[in-house]
Each structure stands twice: as C-alpha cells, then as structure tokens.
Design a binder for this molecule. Structure first.
Ligand code: ATP
Ligand code: MG
Length: 514
C-alpha cells in the first residue's frame, strides 16, 4: 500500500474526523461526512485504515497494524479504495497482504500496478467447462480423486494430518508444469511460514511462486485480508495468460479472525458466534476461481485449494459445511487413516471430486473405476478377515493386491510422481508383476521407474503402453513388455498369471455369500 501523508491528503479532501473510541483493530470516529465503505483513511500519525461501515453519525474504521491510536486525534479520508500492488516483481518472494516484502532486502522494487482487494468475479459468459486435469503428482489423488484446472477443492481434515504436505506436493508438481502458484498463509505460526518458504527454497520452486503471509501475531484485520489479497494477485497473473493455483492455508483460521473482528465491532453473533455474513465472505472469495476464456479465445484458470480444519473429523462443523457447499468437492484427511500409517492420510471413501473426473483420459477413468470398485471389495475382505475366519484363496489374493495398491498410494510429500508412472504402477500391480515385490519395496521400484522415465527409450515405451482405453488393455501391454519391466526392476517375473482377471476380477462372490 502506498504511503499517505496526512497534511497533503487533508489539503486535497478538506474533510476531517476525530477519533472517539479505540478498540483495536476497530476505531470509531466522528466527522468525515463524505466517507464511503472500503475507503482508505489516514490518521494524524500517518497510520492508515479502511472504512468498515458507516454508522448513523459515526464512521467505523479498521486498522491493519497494531500501532497505538489515541482518542482525540484527527483522521482524514483519501477518496481511494483499498488496493494492493500486483506484479511479476513478487515472483519468488514472500509478501504481507498489503504487498510489503517480508524476508527481502529493503529497497526491493514494489510493482507499480495496483488492483482492488475485492473485485467482481468474472461473469458466466467468460467461464468455461473444466476440461484440463490438474496434475497433483500425488498418486492417490490423481488416480482416485482427480482435480481439474479451475476447480475449487477443499482440503479438509483434523490437525496434523498432512493437509499442508499434500498441497506442497501439488505445488511442486504444478510449478514444474509451468503454473503460477500463490500460497496464502493465513494467521499461522511464524514457524509454519518458515516451513513453506524453506520448502520452496530447497526444492527450487520459488521462481513461479508468491507466498502471501500473515502470522498469528499480526492484526486480525491484516490476517482477514490475506486470502483476498492473494486472490487479487492470482487474478493479475491470470490476466497475463497464466494458469494459476491459489492455496488458502487455511480458511478455518480466517473465519476465526473474522469472527474476532466482528465481535469487537459488536456485530450480532450467529451460529458458533460467527457473524451472519461469513458464508457470503467465503463464497465471494472462491467464486473468483474457475476456468475462463479471455481475449483471443485464450483459456486460463484459477484453481482454488482452500484448506480447513476439522475437530475430531466433524464435517458438520459450521465453517467446514459452509465450505463444502461452496466448493466442487473435498479431500478428507483423517486421523484414523493417519494413525494407520498411511501417507497421505486421505479417507478415499468420504472424499468427493465433482468436476475432476471429466478431465481424465479414458484410460485414467477406467483405472479410476476399476481401482475404486476393487478397493470397496478389498475393504470388505479386510473386515471379513478380522473375524479370524479361514480365508479362501481369492480373498487372500484380494487382500494382498489391495495392500499393494495402498503401498502404491504411499508417498512422501517431497515426491512428485508423473501421471504416466502412476498409471504404469497400477498396471504393474494389476498384471501381477509386482506380486513378488514387498510393500516396503514398492517405493524403491517406483523411484527406478521415475528416474528411468527421463530416458527417451523408456518414455516411448511407457507412452506406447498407455495408448489404450482400459486398465485391462494396459495390463496386456505391460505383460507384452514383461521382460523389459522385470529386467529393469530386478524382478524374477516368475509365476505371473496369464489372465489377470482371475486374480483381481469379480471373484469375491464367495465373500459376499458368507
Ligand atoms: P496443521 O493442522 O498443523 O496445519 P497439517 O494437517 O497441515 O497440520 P502437516 O503439517 O502437513 O499437517 O503434516 C503433519 C505431519 O505429517 C508433518 O510432520 C509431516 O511431515 C507429516 N506428513 C504428512 N504427509 C506426509 C507424507 N506424505 N510423507 C511423510 N510425512 C508426511
Ligand atoms: Mg497445515
């Protein structure tokens, strides 16, 4: 935000008010008859604030710093609405919601272009059906819960279940594919900001990324501003023709700070003491995401990944259920899955993606359907096995195969797996080539595939194998290249069944009958 000089502004506007009541971050002033909501005001001590609302004969102002304002001092208005600087200069940097650099040497150039914080979202005519997949690099998400570019997907779960970690993998993957990433850290601890910034640095992801951060020690008004400021920046990059991913970490915290401001401003508290307009606030923010077409029929998108925190997995919590109804689906991380040792700890059966599936290729869709229905059978078989009953060969095979699929989903958040390798991995499990690989070894074998994928010859082989429409055909292609895969992965390749369906097909009827 630009620096304002009190005397100069007063000279221009010729209108002033006097501070009557101070209740940080809310200031009540008398005077200023021409004030409008959202307008920037300047206090006598050069402190800057924004008009929050107009009372009958007073003006309610919100300030963004925690500096002292005394009753009795004067304030004038600027006639300007709150705007933030936006520009390429910010790439690779961490800024606060007002566009000031954090962790950057003083004197670094601030962009001269400015943009409003709360702008109207693009109209229906400029929106398009979501058609391109957003590759997250997380096997579980890309195969089972695919996301599309322009989708708004909620990442929701209990504390410390790996929400941030999953979006960091997505960030890495999309960064490498050339998207611009805006990471909004909303009212988090300073260590959390450091963690994200360090991750970007060590993984060399900072050239296409901007972190917009506010810490829990900042003023609630500054924290409240964070997601809107990040979105304005995202819109700027979208207008430059980029696909943008914007991450809000997290909106539960945002809602809490907004509640704090509203209670201080004596707004009538509603459910769980949140003000009545919290739904509107979040809907207005996320509505700015989507898949758009701009001048010259060029397509670009803003994908929104808001995070939200649940308490003991409660999805009916006010803010979370609001967000679920605003977004196009949610990925649920739960502590139970986390405690089982699964990383990422996604509860597959309670997660939803509404528009992502339409972006998948026929093969990916086939893999998605087959694996999903297989996992349901697997869970059933697993439940059944807990009774200690003697298991038939088929049930044992289902369990073994299911374990293998889950170990394929197992992935460190530092690791990005190309979509092609994810699909080949599923094909390898499905064809039985991975039967002799222990669950612990899956990771190593996959790493071999990822490294090999950089070689042209292997890349061609993989891409040729993937030019089919069903998982069954893919399996056949892999079996046709059995020797290449077994040699490369150091497998024996013994005892591979001819017809794979015998192992994984619909042969669990015996289980349903019992
Ligand atoms: P918070 O509620 O504090 O925001 P969170 O849900 O964002 O937490 P993270 O901080 O991402 O969770 O992860 C919690 C812990 O789990 C971290 O120590 C992280 O290293 C570990 N973790 C999460 N996902 C993975 C993964 N895929 N591989 C390895 N470790 C993981
Ligand atoms: Mg987190």
């Amino acid at each position: 935000m630009a620096d304002y000089n009190y005397q100069q502004t007063l000279h221009k506007i010729k209108e002033y008010g006097v501070v009557e009541e101070v209740n940080p971050p809310i200031i009540i002033c008398s005077g200023l008859p021409g004030a409008m909501t959202g307008e920037i005001v300047v206090f006598e001590n050069e402190e800057v604030g924004q008009v929050m609302s107009l009372l009958r004969d007073k003006v309610e102002i919100i300030i963004f710093t925690q500096n002292d304002i005394q009753p009795g001092i004067q304030v004038t208005r600027t006639g300007e609405k709150l705007q933030v600087p936006v520009g390429k200069e910010y790439l690779g940097h961490t800024i606060d919601p007002l566009g000031n650099y954090l962790f950057t040497a003083k004197g670094t150039k601030v962009p001269s272009t400015k943009r409003g914080i709360e702008v109207q979202p693009l109209k229906l005519m400029q929106r398009r059906r979501i058609t391109r997949q957003l590759i997250t690099g997380v096997t579980l998400i890309d195969t089972i819960l695919p996301l599309g570019k322009g989708q708004r997907e909620l990442i929701v779960g209990d504390r410390k279940t790996g929400k941030t970690s999953a979006v960091l993998t997505t960030l890495k993957s999309q960064h490498n594919l050339g998207d611009i990433i805006i990471y909004a850290i909303i009212g988090k601890k300073k260590e959390e900001i450091k963690r994200v910034v360090n991750y970007l640095k060590t993984n060399k992801l900072d050239n296409n990324t901007v972190v917009v951060a506010s810490s829990s020690q900042d003023s609630p008004s500054l924290i409240e501003l964070t997601p809107y400021s990040a979105m304005s920046l995202a819109e700027y990059f979208r207008e430059q023709g980029n696909d943008v991913v914007v991450i809000f970490d997290d909106l539960s915290t945002h809602a809490k700070f907004y509640r704090e401001i509203s209670l201080i401003a004596k707004r009538f508290p509603g459910r769980e003491s949140f003000p009545g307009d919290i739904f509107y606030k979040h809907a207005k923010l996320l509505e700015r995401g989507g898949h758009f077409v701009t001048k010259g029929d060029k397509e670009n998108s803003i994908t929104c990944l808001p995070l939200a925190e649940t308490i003991q997995g409660n999805l009916t919590d006010f803010i979370v259920s609001n967000l679920i109804s605003i977004t196009d689906g949610h990925i649920l991380f739960d502590s139970e899955t986390f405690n089982k040792g699964r990383r990422p700890a996604v509860n597959i059966f309670l997660s939803v993606t509404r528009v992502g599936k339409q972006t998948q290729s026929r093969l990916s869709r086939s893999i998605n359907q087959e694996i999903m229905s297989f996992l349901i059978r697997y869970e059933k078989a697993l439940e059944f096995s807990h009774f200690g009953a003697e298991l038939s060969e088929e049930v044992k095979k289902t369990i073994a195969k299911g374990n293998k699929i889950y170990s394929l989903f197992e992935q460190s958040y530092q690791e990005v797996i190309p979509l092609e390798i994810q699909e080949i991995g599923v094909g390898l499990v499905w064809s039985g080539l991975f039967d002799e690989v222990t669950t612990g070894e899956v990771d190593d074998k996959r790493r071999v595939l990822v490294t090999k994928y950089e070689e042209k010859e292997f890349k061609n082989l993989v891409q040729k194998a993937l030019t089919v429409e069903t998982l069954k055909e893919l399996t056949n292609n892999i079996l046709a290249e059995k020797d290449t895969f077994t040699k490369m992965l150091g497998l024996k390749g013994a005892g591979i069944p001819k017809v794979t369906e015998e192992v994984v097909g619909n042969k669990v009827e015996s289980l349903d009958k019992t």
